[in-house]
Design a protein around this ligand. Structure first.
Ligand code: COA
Length: 477
């Protein structure tokens, strides 16, 4: 009996030992297996921040863009580290190279500020040999970006189906003026989009005509939307293995940026828009969101006020927001302490019908100081204000240079120029802001290194006229 019990005890001891071993083994294995299977991510890099390459390293873009909307998109992707190959028409290139030219014979700032950090190859896309080269590039790139007029890419023979056959992983990203519908075939420029996207009807003063804004929300705004579409498609491709079409219509992009005005359109059906100055002025609202002048677009009333020197300096103004939590501080600064308790001024709803009087009174105070003095005082009290900065002041602002938002680059034919660097700051991806390429500067390099042509082949291609406008004309003649 004792021997039996002893044997049983020994058996259960060794079983416990075995299962403890098993548990320990599982415990040791589990975390590593989980991390790899769940995310399929490599181990976190041990390299110092900013030394593990750039966000879009390894992504190659076939850049068929021109003018502004498309080039802003591909420039951002280039700043993020993508290899952007800009295909241009031989002899002329992107039309903006010569538009608004300020230095004789040099690429314009219009072009140079939208095409930094890219490579340029000239190819006649309508020449048979040119088509071969383009197809070679389609096979070797990850994304094709274009903003031609509707149908132009198809007329070059580069339909989505054909591209997808050549390279099923290719993402084809386009900017068009309008999405599918009655206007889909229209050519569109910036201000057309601002008007069709609802921005112009809601910008300007009530008693004046609609206004377009200086910020290029139709072109650069849509380019930015497209860039987001492209990186999202690249991310999806990492799971599906296949590319897709990305379309951004400029009308949609502008409307997305003007969405608060569509918000107001719906609010209007339920009563007046009390934060618009016209409410306080007793002017009735019509059927559509009106132009709001300099009224704030949000729930905190604001206006542009004169500062010292406004009589001669068009930018001696400041945007002043009467944010509710700092109302007492505002009253003290403008020497109206009684407004803190006066029932006509003490609460935000009470102030709404009196905004004109309030801002006129604040302006009596701001008019005695420069916009920077007003800003300094207001900042001490957490009052949100914005000096109206001229482009000259922005160009000279040291803090914008320090952050790389404004960058000076050198150019072989025009000399140094200022450009806007990457406004999106990634802590582990240093921005790559370089000058724009000369027309066809990298043609040979791309033919050789990306497409693998030998010198003899390149000479033949050149002789065919596929890379040069003049040779093609001569051939046709
Ligand atoms: N080799 C040969 N031909 C080339 C070429 C090349 N490398 N690159 C372009 N082309 C040709 C195209 O094939 C097309 O010819 P096609 O009309 O005979 O087919 C033509 O050049 C480009 O035409 P298009 O895009 O119509 O230029 P445009 O100057 O007449 O119009 C826009 C400019 C901006 C109005 C128009 O492109 C457009 O509406 N784009 C979409 C919206 C947009 O992005 N607008 C904002 C621009 S900032």
């Amino acid at each position: 009996m004792a021997a039996k019990a002893k044997a049983k005890k020994a058996k259960s001891k060794s079983a416990a030992k075995r299962s403890a071993k098993k548990i320990a083994k599982l415990k040791a294995k589990k975390p590593a297996a989980k991390a790899v299977v769940k995310n399929s991510l490599p181990r976190p890099s041990a390299k110092p921040w900013g030394q593990a390459g750039r966000a879009l390293d390894g992504v190659r873009i076939l850049d068929f863009t021109h003018v502004q909307s498309g080039p802003t998109c591909t420039q951002l992707l280039a700043f993020m580290g993508a290899d952007v190959i800009k295909v241009e028409r031989p002899g002329v290139g992107d039309v903006t190279r010569s538009q608004l030219r300020d230095v004789k014979g040099a690429d314009s700032l219009y072009f140079t500020m939208l095409n930094g950090s890219k490579r340029s190859i000239t190819i006649d896309s309508k020449h048979p040999k040119g088509k071969d080269i383009l197809e070679g590039l389609v096979k070797r790139c990850d994304v094709l970006v274009e903003n031609f007029a509707p149908g132009a890419l198809d007329r070059m023979g580069l339909t989505f189906d054909h591209i997808h056959k050549l390279n099923p992983r290719m993402i084809v990203a386009s900017v068009k003026g309008f999405g599918p519908g009655p206007y889909e075939d229209c050519k569109v420029y910036e201000n057309v989009a601002q008007c069709a996207g609802g921005s112009a009807s809601t910008t300007g003063f009530r008693d004046g005509p609609p206004l377009v804004t200086g910020a290029q929300i139709g072109d650069s705004g849509t380019g930015l939307h497209l860039a987001l579409g492209i990186v999202s498609a690249l991310y999806q491709r990492s799971r599906t293995g296949r590319g897709q079409k990305v379309l951004c219509a400029m009308q949609d992009g502008v409307l997305n940026l003007a969405r608060v005005k569509l918000r107001d359109q719906q609010r209007l059906q339920r009563g007046p828009l009390t934060e618009y100055s016209q409410f306080g002025e007793g002017v009735p609202f019509g059927k559509a969101t009106p132009r709001a002048g300099n009224d704030s677009g949000g729930g905190q009333p604001g206006w542009i006020l004169k500062c010292k020197g406004w009589e001669s300096n068009p930018d001696a103004y400041i945007y002043f927001i009467t944010q509710a939590p700092v109302w007492s501080a505002i009253c003290d600064l403008i020497r109206k302490p009684e407004w803190k308790t006066d029932p006509d001024f003490a609460t935000p709803p009470a102030r709404l019908p009196r905004l004109r009087r309030i801002f006129d009174t604040i302006e009596e105070w701001t008019k005695n100081m420069t916009k920077f003095e007003v800003m300094e005082i207001c900042n001490q009290h957490d009052i949100p204000v914005g000096p109206i900065l001229s482009m000259k002041e922005i160009a000279d602002e040291p803090s914008l240079r320090a952050t790389g938002t404004v960058v000076e680059v050198d150019h072989p034919t025009r000399g140094p120029y200022l450009t806007v660097g990457n406004p999106i700051k990634l802590s582990d991806s240093p921005p790559d802001v370089r000058r724009s390429p000369l027309l066809g500067e990298h043609t040979d390099e791309i033919l050789r290194k990306v497409l693998g042509y030998a010198d003899k082949d390149i000479a033949e291609i050149r002789a065919s006229g596929a890379l040069s406008a003049t040779e093609r004309k001569a051939e046709a003649a």
